[in-house]
Ligand binder design. Structure first.
Ligand code: SF4
Length: 666
């Protein structure tokens, strides 16, 4: 039996840029992958599957790993590889649901190369199993934690080959498949391996996946001093510091269930501290690592563990940051302890400055708690970058303005003008396996048939949560929709200036100076210069120039001229806001004509069905009332709203019932 494991990239169009980049990468180091300041995320799901396989008797000569996500191979390369390896079973790891287009493409090529192989898909995209199993060449989906279900399925194939025995398949927990009647069967979310067996990245396995281009391995590391987060802490500049930055997870899962968040596992578990100790020793010795980025969704929910982790980091002289922290998971003393043990930055899911929207998201903490925690960080000189998200059901101009005012307060408290903070304002993107996605289906915006769902997943393939990809589930007028992010920024700036008048900022410290100079560098780097235009013309590649022109009103005029202007902030809102709101709207219309002329399309410009404004759920389960802080309103949670609507329209078939469970997620 031969087993093949591969990662799935999200980019739908990488074949467009591949030829010119590949010509270089065949002979030297520069990579097709660029993830900015931080390294490429290690493929931990693959590492964990392989380790579990090896524990259960599957040996290196029985499997091969192909990191398609890193190598971005052409159709021909994929076909050649699979024809020559000729696997019995192929496992695709699709960690985000925006890679549907690639799952469809790759599974088609695999079927062409290996007509008799089992094709199995794992990862968050399996929340759309009904569609995957009907519209792609995938035979089986592994849903939830994959290690145990995957090895159980390997054992099944070892015993039965290509035969479909639905009773036997039904006994493997964690699978979704179509039975002989064509109905979707779901055997429950995959069982979890013991927490201490969740691995840290194994760089030998990661390297093996790079096959003929080992130079791409360098992508798993970046210089620590190339990252703003680390630069904000003067300890980064100490001469003894080892230079490289690596990434790892210290826990799996999250204690919360935000209604827009695609969760791949139930509950929250931490990894072993002893294995962390060994891992850090190895990183320092083999890769000269002195900086660590902790990728946890939910760092520090287990304080005892987090303290032990911090001590271990300090013992290995690592500076570290964690980019997924809930404000309710840390207080002043925790942050102080982490700082004393090498922590330079904690990133919190702030999301909104409106309590109403926080409740819709089911964040389960208050806006004021966010402010307090960020203040602790500022007092202790721990950098906390800010990002918010607009566009959830229930968002209005009032809630967006509240978010802006909240950000202005935070910027003043942090002692940095918002224009230098590089505030990120995302737009909510409905991902399969979330209440937000089901809400979109119930509202008739996202179709429920495999054909319609496929249309949607193809349209969001390769997309991020940016404004141009916004799917209007909110029902707001598009004139408001395109204005929300600017309203947030303008209100943040105005609030900041008002507060500075009352309480002027003191002398900037090291962190403030780094943030300002970093942002200045970014602005200069992004500007469209004559040289860039000439280079584009010379290389017959006008994509950059076209993009700069397309975004000029927003990226240049609004971002750099209007928003930071003291004059604009001093004029009455009733005078100035309608003017800029209309400007942004006219720009949106012009962009729409340009897109049509070039045959392109993005979700923001699509005509979505009209949606009624969201209403609070009527009933609350008694247990929820006890669990949730009285200041929060659980009836606003989108999960409640969606559940009530589901009860009103019970599923008509086994397929619908199973797909409903999968769609709302864990
Ligand atoms: S958004 Fe963050 S806090 Fe919320 S469920 Fe996801 S990981 Fe947890």
């Amino acid at each position: 039996m031969r087993i093949s494991l591969l990662t799935v990239p999200v980019e739908t169009n990488y074949m467009d840029f591949l030829p010119e980049v590949r010509a270089e990468t065949d002979i030297l180091v520069p990579s097709t992958r660029s993830e900015g300041q931080l390294p490429v995320i290690p493929k931990i799901a693959i590492v964990s599957l392989i380790k579990w396989m090896e524990r259960h008797g599957y040996t290196r000569d029985q499997y091969d790993y192909y990191d398609v996500d890193m190598l971005l191979p052409s159709d021909k390369e994929l076909l050649d590889y699979f024809k020559s390896y000729n696997p019995t079973i192929i496992g695709l790891s699709a960690v985000v649901s925006t890679c549907y287009a690639q799952v469809k493409r790759i599974s088609r090529l695999l079927r062409q190369a290996c007509p008799d192989a089992w094709i199995v898909l794992g990862g968050s995209l399996t929340a759309s199993s009904n569609l995957i199993l009907r519209k792609t060449e995938v035979d089986i989906c592994v849903v939830g934690d994959g290690e145990i279900a995957w090895v159980d399925f390997l054992d099944y194939v070892k015993a039965r080959g290509r035969k479909k025995d639905f009773n036997a398949l039904g006994n493997i927990t964690g699978l979704a498949f179509l039975d002989d009647a064509g109905e979707l069967r779901f055997t429950g979310y995959g069982k979890q391996i013991p927490a201490e067996l969740n691995p840290f990245p194994d760089y030998d396995i990661l390297k093996a996946g790079l096959r003929t281009r080992p130079q791409e391995f360098a992508n798993y590391f970046r210089p620590g001093l190339g990252s703003t987060h680390f630069l904000t802490d003067p300890r980064s500049l100490e001469p003894h510091r080892r230079p490289m930055l690596a990434q790892l997870w210290s826990s799996k899962g999250c204690v919360a269930r935000c209604t827009f968040c695609q969760r791949s596992t139930k509950g929250y578990r931490v990894l072993g501290v002893d294995s962390l100790d060994d891992h850090l020793k190895m990183l320092a010795k083999r890769f000269n690592v002195g900086y660590i980025h902790i990728l946890d969704e939910n760092f520090s929910s287990d304080r005892e563990y987090a303290y032990e982790l911090a001590r271990t980091m300090k013992r290995h002289d690592m500076l570290w940051m964690a980019s997924g922290v809930r404000v309710s998971s840390v207080d002043y003393d925790d942050i102080k302890f982490y700082k004393e043990h090498g922590c330079v930055s904690l990133k919190f899911g702030v999301e909104s400055g409106s309590q109403k929207i926080m409740d819709v998201m089911e964040k389960k903490f208050t806006v004021e708690r966010v402010f307090q925690t960020l203040k602790h960080c500022a007092d202790l000189d721990v950098y906390s970058p800010l990002a918010v998200m607009v566009g959830m059901p229930g968002e209005t101009c009032e809630t967006a303005a509240e978010t802006g005012r909240f950000l202005g307060r935070i910027a003043h408290m942090q002692g940095v003008d918002p224009q230098w903070l590089g505030l990120s304002c995302f737009y909510a993107l409905p991902l399969t396996g979330t209440p937000l996605y089901v809400y979109g289906q119930q509202a008739g915006v996202i179709g429920k048939t495999p054909e319609k769902e496929e249309d949607y997943l193809l349209s969001v393939s390769g997309s991020g949560a940016s404004k141009i990809n916004y799917v209007n589930l909110n029902g707001a007028n598009v004139r408001d929709v395109v204005w929300w992010d600017w309203l947030v920024k303008l209100e943040a700036q105005r609030t900041f200036f008002d507060l500075v008048k009352k309480t002027p900022l003191g002398e900037p410290g090291h962190m403030q100076r780094v943030l300002v100079s970093d942002r200045e560098r970014e602005i200069v780097g992004r500007a469209l210069t004559l040289r860039k235009i000439l280079d584009s013309v010379k290389n017959c590649n006008l994509r950059v120039v076209k993009a700069k022109i397309f975004y000029w009103v927003e990226d240049v005029l609004m971002e750099r001229v209007v928003v930071p202007s003291r004059l604009v902030a001093s004029l009455p809102r009733w005078l100035i806001y309608p003017l800029f709101k209309n400007l942004v709207y006219v720009n949106f219309l012009v962009q729409g004509y340009a897109l049509r002329a070039f045959g392109k399309s993005f979700s923001l410009w699509k005509k979505w069905p009209a949606v009624e404004p969201v209403r609070e759920a009527q009933k609350v389960h008694a247990r929820e009332v006890q669990r949730v802080n009285v200041k929060l309103n659980i009836q606003r949670s989108l999960r409640r709203v969606v559940r009530e609507r589901t009860r009103e329209h019970p599923p008509a078939s086994q397929t619908e019932a199973n797909q409903d469970i999968l769609s709302i997620g864990l």
